[in-house]
Design a protein around this ligand. Structure first.
Ligand SMILES: Cc1ncc(COP(=O)(O)O)c(C=O)c1O
Length: 423
């Protein structure tokens, strides 16, 4: 293998014809050691405080604990630290213990699990839901159970990995990102050839940070006899007047055939769900292996999430604060000339298009106490590798200004690409 590790990426270690798995692991160690030596291994950084605007981390450069203003969390309303959310979890922990003891199918089905299924369905104005221990499992496990050899999934090229991993047992067509002509072509080609046709999109794309044009997608699906599945992991809590996500934003509540999401972002816990008509969720409760052969969510997280759903619906000021932050950062990043793609959400890509510069920028920012994620190839194409910034409701103006100043400084040091200034 090429020993200039600056020019390689994680993709280069995904498979090695000449090495078995242990040999491959040994070679990958050398790459990790290379990045560590340059202080550019900005992954799996240890946090000692959890999700807050200012977090405590173990600095990979020094091995010592330090404070950093954090822009890595998807806990958009910062409910993981809300006293009511924590109290609800504590009470459930005391009442039910630390685990459910079995899968929901065979005895681990606590009353609060059933309450959560009904609550998240009601939140989304859908008939029923099935819950999973991750959003990843909600997508991949449900699709694996729903879509078979005679069926077809048509999906946007930027859907989340969990959607892609669900499609191993079915047929797949891709359409270009948010391109309705490309989707319509796929639907035309597919018409009459498959038993079930399911269009799958993300409500908010986790890397591009833009929204799927749901009204157009639903209209095309109706026209061509397809179903629509939306993964609104990043939408719920953030979009819509009552925080109900992209379906509410587009005035499509109850119009999506299959709606999935996660409890790990605005709902401040962990786990995921699928909402649909009751007949479908009942079927999945007997056929989705990710649910039936896997232990039920912990009582603590179930109760905390139930409380978080109440707060998402009622404390509008949190969402307003988040949007004030989004608008402030967007305006400033644009006037500084950074390429932030077509972001419409709390996620900001700062596109750099050079793996080494992205890693170095993340390192320099961390040195200044600013914690952002480097997003490299193969997570995104090489020409659009980037820093990824996520905002939460509890960031203050000072936090955002620190970030903007840090980016200005690092951009000068590394000669980062800037578009013509917008001002
Ligand atoms: C769009 C999208 N869907 C699904 C998931 C998976 O959710 P979870 O973290 O609950 O497994 C993520 C997580 O990052 C995501 O961004």
């Amino acid at each position: 293998m090429n020993k200039n590790y600056d020019t390689v990426s994680l993709k280069d270690f995904a498979d090695f014809e000449e090495h078995d798995i242990m040999g491959r692991a040994d070679i990958f160690q050398q790459y990790l050691a290379f990045l560590r030596k340059k202080n550019q291994l900005n992954y799996r950084i240890r946090s000692t405080s959890g999700a807050e605007p200012v977090t405590r981390i173990i600095d990979p450069a020094t091995g010592k604990e330090k404070e950093a203003v954090s822009f890595i969390s998807n806990d958009y309303l910062n409910l993981t630290k809300d006293p009511e959310v924590i109290e609800a979890g504590k009470e459930a922990l005391l009442k039910y213990g630390s685990g459910a003891g079995a899968s929901q199918l065979i005895g681990g089905n606590l009353d609060i699990h059933v309450e959560l299924e009904q609550r998240i369905a009601r939140f989304n104005q859908m008939e029923d839901s099935i819950i999973y221990t991750s959003g990843f499992g909600a997508n991949s496990g449900s699709i694996l159970a729903m879509m078979q050899k005679k069926d077809l999934v048509i999906m946007d090229i930027f859907v989340h990995a969990s959607v892609i991993d669900g499609t191993f047992n079915t047929n797949v067509k891709w359409f270009l990102h948010n391109d309705m002509r490309s989707l319509e072509k796929a639907l035309k080609d597919a018409r009459g050839n498959y038993r079930t046709i399911m269009i799958i999109v993300d409500g908010v794309y986790s890397q591009e940070a833009d929204l799927a044009p749901l009204p157009d997608i639903v209209a095309l699906a109706r026209q061509y006899g397809a179903y629509v599945m939306v993964d609104d992991a990043h939408g719920m809590g953030v979009f819509g007047r009552n925080g109900k996500g992209t379906p509410e934003h587009f005035d499509l509540m109850g119009e999506i055939d299959v709606l999935t999401g996660t409890f790990s972002k605005s709902f401040a816990g962990v786990g995921g769900f699928l909402c649909a008509k009751k007949e479908l969720t009942d079927l999945l409760k007997y056929y989705a292996r990710m649910n039936i052969f896997s232990a039920a969510p912990t009582p603590q997280v179930t109760a905390s999430v139930l409380k978080a759903i109440d707060i998402v619906e009622t404390r509008h000021e949190l969402r307003e604060s988040l949007w004030r932050n989004i608008n402030y950062l967007k305006k400033n990043l644009q006037s500084m000339g950074f390429d932030i793609g077509n972001t419409q959400s709390p996620i900001f890509p700062v596109i750099i298009g050079d793996d080494v510069k992205v890693r170095e920028a993340a390192r320099l920012l961390l040195e200044q106490g600013i914690y952002v994620n480097p997003i490299l190839y193969p997570a995104v194409p090489r020409r659009v590798t980037r820093l990824r910034i996520s905002l939460i409701a509890t960031h203050t103006r000072e936090h955002l200004d620190l970030l903007l100043n840090g980016l200005e400084d690092v951009s000068k040091k590394l000669d980062l690409p800037r578009k013509k200034a917008y001002v």
